[in-house]
Design a protein around this ligand. Structure first.
Ligand SMILES: O=c1ccn([C@H]2C[C@H](O)[C@@H](COP(=O)(O)O)O2)c(=O)[nH]1
Ligand SMILES: [Zn+2]
Length: 207
């Protein structure tokens, strides 16, 4: 059996946050501070994760085709029709039926199930956490050819090792995402900023 080195989650160096903005230094010059494809798709995966109601771990995934089009997103949650009021988010109960693991659909699985393209063969998947072995099987079967992940914090767990064995055998490449920016900020107010000053408004009292 191949040796799978423990790839601990790397800490991302903190740099200035990138502010997604429509504003260019001048109306005739190209904006320089635009997102790279990797930053854009990983940020999309993280945005999807914001929908998750799991109090412990919010995971998002984003599938992208060879022409840089998003063809599916998903986050971890209970199946459609299974209310968060009826199913538990607990993870430590002695009774497995009282823990979330029995019921939650993983982010990668939801992204694949939510796909808006007939065929996602040859696509790549951006995901916050290295996929578990169950998701790895779905990834392989759907023809996804590359996995870009943010965190490998469960590298020593069997399900992660199994995922890597499956990916290696089936020719699915995987690489850890290297952010160009540590933060991507979305500010809904910027659309109303004064385009002449190109500065955010001073927050009013109490904001
Ligand atoms: O590949 C994966 C692995 C896990 N998830 C989801 C499933 C759960 O909602 C959480 C993990 O919960 P912990 O409290 O961190 O054990 O993440 C996933 O979406 N994809
Ligand atoms: Zn999974």
């Amino acid at each position: 059996m191949a040796d799978y080195p423990i790839n601990r989650n790397r800490f991302v160096k903190l740099s200035r946050p990138i502010l997604i903005s429509n504003m260019a230094p001048s109306k005739s010059e190209k904006r320089e501070q635009y997102l790279s494809w990797d930053d854009y798709f990983m940020a999309s995966a993280f945005l999807a994760a914001k929908r998750s109601k799991d109090p412990a771990s919010q995971v998002g995934a984003c599938i992208v085709d060879s022409e840089h089009r998003i063809v599916g997103t998903g986050y971890n949650g209970f199946p459609r029709g299974c209310s968060d009021d009826d199913f538990p988010w607990s993870k430590t109960s002695a009774n497995n039926l009282e823990n979330k693991y029995m019921y939650v659909v993983h982010a990668e699985a939801n992204a694949i199930l939510n796909k808006n393209a007939a065929d996602i063969r040859g696509s790549r998947l951006y995901v916050a956490l290295f996929p578990c072995n169950e998701c790895a099987k779905l990834i392989i079967q759907s023809g996804i050819k590359e996995v870009i992940y943010m965190s490998d914090k469960h590298a020593t767990r069997e399900h992660t090792i199994a995922s890597k064995m499956l990916f290696d055998k089936c020719g699915v490449n995987y690489r850890q995402y290297e952010p160009n920016e540590s933060r991507v900020v979305i500010d809904f107010n910027e659309i109303d900023w004064d385009k002449q000053n190109q500065m955010p408004p001073t927050p009013s009292k109490g904001v």
